[in-house]
Design a protein around this ligand. Structure first.
Ligand code: C2E
Ligand code: MG
Ligand code: MG
Ligand code: MG
Length: 278
């Protein structure tokens, strides 16, 4: 009964892979129930600084535990939630969870590191998005710079004028903006002139190329120079080998995220491994 098929996305006119198995998540009542029952655990993947290989941040990555207790990767169910535009419920749930994690660390006297949260562009364009974000945030007493909003630069299309406007408002509220998956298909350079952002994440496909292709090294070197001049932090994603790490270190990237150090971990494992209670 595992049907999968392609569906047209009305906003981009492109067909996307939709897994039929998760179509029940398109019902807001069902999704609300599953979220409340803890079926969407938030995992954390560490980001380490190239200079000392010490923990400098983390990314929140959601998973879904289905009715057979199988841990499902986001690539399987996020397209389903985007097609029904219910993705904002999940994104806000993750945002909420991250606020709780940070609050707990602060209360326990733990070392606190910034955590990034992925937001779908459908979430950003949701009515009252900024107001909802501010309301949620206000109920916590946490500094804004502990949260980064990650938005995919996009292999489908460049960031629209609408998204750019919303991201400017989010940034004006004090949140950091992180551009995800940079360099996947084509690097959209107008990104640098159309808005201010704080972090640029080099996609793992470009990171893979760096050890194989000297032109990829030149490209990254140029991006690094541009980012340094603009005060943008550079995160290399999908760092899997020591060779990649060494090359990216020499190219002066700031932070590394990838299996070389750790896969995304459940919260308690992350805490045990990376944060020492005081
Ligand atoms: P992303 O934001 O680009 O996250 C990085 C992905 O790369 C994660 O996949 C991570 O597990 C994987 N990764 C990290 N290091 C390595 C490595 O060394 N090698 C390889 N092969 N992979 C690595 P994951 O967790 O499956 O998430 C996939 C995508 O799903 C994310 O890509 C993000 O776009 C989306 N996503 C995850 N959580 C959320 C969420 O809460 N909301 C939204 N809207 N999207 C989410
Ligand atoms: Mg991300
Ligand atoms: Mg990415
Ligand atoms: Mg991605």
């Amino acid at each position: 009964d595992k049907k999968a098929y392609y569906r047209k996305n009305p906003q981009t006119s492109r067909y996307r892979y939709i897994n039929d198995q998760f179509l029940e998540l398109n019902n807001p009542q069902v999704l609300t129930k599953f979220l409340a029952e803890g079926q969407f655990p938030v995992y954390l993947q560490p980001k380490l600084s190239f200079s000392d290989r010490k923990l400098a941040g983390a990314e929140a990555l959601v998973r879904y535990i289905d009715k057979h207790q199988v841990l499902v990767a986001p690539s399987q169910f996020i397209p389903v939630l985007e097609s029904s535009h219910l993705i904002y419920m999940l994104d806000f749930y993750v945002f909420h969870s991250v606020c709780n994690i940070l609050k707990r660390w602060i209360d326990e006297g733990q070392e606190v590191i910034p955590i990034s949260v992925n937001f779908s562009r459908y979430t950003l364009t949701q009515t009252n998005f900024l107001q909802n974000l501010k309301n949620l945030w206000k109920s916590y007493d946490i500094s804004q710079n502990l949260i980064q909003i990650e938005i995919t630069e996009g292999s489908e299309s460049e960031l629209s004028a609408e998204i750019v406007t919303i991201l400017k408002e989010v940034k004006a509220e004090g949140f950091s903006i992180s551009i995800d998956d940079f360099g996947v298909k084509y690097a959209n350079l107008s990104l640098f002139t159309s808005m201010d952002f704080d972090v640029l994440k080099i996609d793992k496909s470009l990171v893979e190329d760096v050890a194989k292709n000297t032109k990829a090294q030149l490209l990254i070197q140029t991006i690094v120079e541009l980012c340094k001049k603009l005060g943008i932090q550079l995160v290399a994603e999908g760092v899997e080998t020591e060779e990649q790490f060494q090359l990216l270190d020499r190219l002066s990237c700031d932070l590394a995220q990838g299996y070389l150090f750790s896969k995304p971990l459940p919260l308690d494992e992350f805490t045990k491994r990376y944060l020492a209670a005081i």
